[in-house]
Write a protein that binds this ligand. Structure first.
Ligand SMILES: [Mn+2]
Length: 465
């Protein structure tokens, strides 16, 4: 099938199969799945419009944000509601218009511009589902919008009223809550994109591990990762976390040091990739030597898989998060980092000091996908359990949701020090803490699709290919 020209910014699949020669997806199956995806989008939007009492949805891809006092823009990030319709991630000033009963319209903005390469003509498997109108000037967009603007809702970020073309109802909660709640359940097309994003990410993880084994710096490992996934830095779903030694204890470690540590002991990498706008979010931890830390990673890997094996439709994710605390407590006692019953270690705040983040989050077009705290499609929210404010997913799991399972265990001195003076502090074995500190910590993160009676592990499947 026809693919966009190499270099076209709008269409990831082209990069995948031609420019980068990475076979990570079956194009034919993607094409076959796409019509059903659009059907699902249409029925979700029809219901959202009905609830909003509106007749047309106008979904804006977005406008580039200029840098203060300068003449260039921040990297463009498309409105995720726009990307959920079609695989265009790099085309500002485009609109999808949906009117129930009609095929969706794409207003495709192809600026006449000799400073930049204008977007190529739309091509690929997805185009058959859209009534595509190419415009070359922004003022021509208005001609293709529904005339009864008061019956329209606008979905997207508006920094300039001109881009809303007189539509007053911008991001109404009634419609947005419904769309965001439903986006957690993926269509067959989306699942295939997410499998491809996992495969692409795993290519990077394998290259990164190799660079780590060869004793390279964080910066070099990062470059090897980007090259293997075929992403420029701005195309990554989030900033790579590439942490050697004690940096592994910094949850969102944001640097890539050019310095090689004198002694390299451990490596934590939290890095993902994109496919057609869908993200993977994968973490692995490695030991340099076959030592006690390597044994702890293996033990932690088993713990992570035990949690994955609990995933199924109907499970309350907050309960799984609390089960993770129980397992971490038992592990702390088992390896001698802290002594006490699981209940004591949890209640005294020790597990929260070693494992201070949530067990996982929804994943999709956004890495921390929307709707994790939503109780239903009306906007009711479910708070995280008390003492666990960072848990990003509190929903009952449903089939075909995709989420991460990412337990962690770290030596974070700030959090350990906060326990000083509490009864829990004496339960921590300082000697053992001193042993673990130079390794930083461990996090293992897989992306899983919920099934009625279990789950599909996108990450392990990609590693095992
Ligand atoms: Mn994550």
């Amino acid at each position: 099938m026809a693919l966009a020209k190499p270099g076209c910014q709008g269409y990831d699949a082209a990069m995948t199969t031609t420019r980068r020669k990475i076979k990570i997806v079956d194009e034919v199956s993607l094409a076959n799945l796409f019509p059903d995806h659009v059907d699902t989008m249409e029925s979700r939007y029809s219901r959202a419009l009905e609830r909003a009492g509106a007749g047309h949805a106008v979904v804006f891809s977005g406008a580039p944000l200029p840098v203060f006092l300068d003449d260039y823009n921040y990297p463009f990030k498309a409105n995720p509601h726009f990307v959920s319709w079609l695989p265009l991630t790099s085309t500002p000033f485009c609109y999808v218009i949906y009117t129930p009963g009609d095929p969706p319209v794409l207003i495709y903005y192809q600026e006449k511009d000799y400073w930049h390469l204008p977007p190529a003509n739309p091509e690929g498997f997805w185009t058959a589902q859209f009534d595509i109108r190419i415009v070359h000037a922004l003022e021509d967009v208005a001609k293709h919008l529904p005339e009864d603007r008061e019956k329209c809702i606008f979905i997207g970020e508006v920094n300039d009223e001109a881009h809303a073309f007189g539509i007053d109802r911008v991001n109404p909660g009634t419609a947005l809550n419904m769309l965001q709640f439903n986006r957690s359940v993926k269509t067959g097309y989306e699942l295939e994109c997410m499998r491809a994003a996992s495969r692409r990410g795993v290519k990077g993880h394998l290259a990164a591990e190799k660079a780590f084994r060869a004793g390279r710096s964080e910066f070099d490992i990062h470059l090897n990762y980007c090259k293997a996934v075929g992403h420029a830095e701005n195309e990554l779903p989030y900033g790579n976390i590439i942490a050697l030694n004690e940096n592994a204890a910094v949850l969102h470690y944001q640097h890539q040091s050019h310095e090689k540590p004198k002694e390299i002991k451990s490596f934590l990498i939290d890095a993902g990739a994109r496919f057609n706008g869908y993200a993977s979010d994968i973490t692995r931890t490695y030991a340099k030597e076959d030592d006690e830390f390597a044994a702890l990673i293996a033990r932690f890997d088993a713990l992570q898989l035990e949690l994955v094996s609990e995933v199924r439709a109907g499970l309350d994710f907050a309960d799984l998060h609390l089960l993770c605390h129980l397992k971490v407590a038992r592990l702390l006692d088992e390896i001698g980092l802290a002594k006490g019953s699981a209940d004591t270690l949890i209640e005294s705040g020790i597990t929260s000091a070693f494992y201070p983040h949530g067990l996982g989050h929804l994943l999709g077009i956004q890495v921390h996908d929307v709707g994790g705290h939503m109780g239903d499609d009306s906007g009711i929210t479910i708070d995280p359990p008390s003492g666990h404010p960072f848990l990003r997913l509190t929903r009952l799991l449903e089939a075909d949701q995709v989420l991460t399972i990412e337990p962690g265990l770290y030596v974070i001195d700030m959090l350990i020090d906060n326990l000083a003076g509490t009864p829990g502090y004496a339960l921590i074995n300082q000697e053992k803490l001193d042993w673990l500190r130079p390794y930083g910590g461990i996090r293992i993160e897989d992306n899983v699709r919920v099934l009625e009676d279990g789950c599909e592990n996108l990450t392990r499947d990609a590693f095992n290919r």
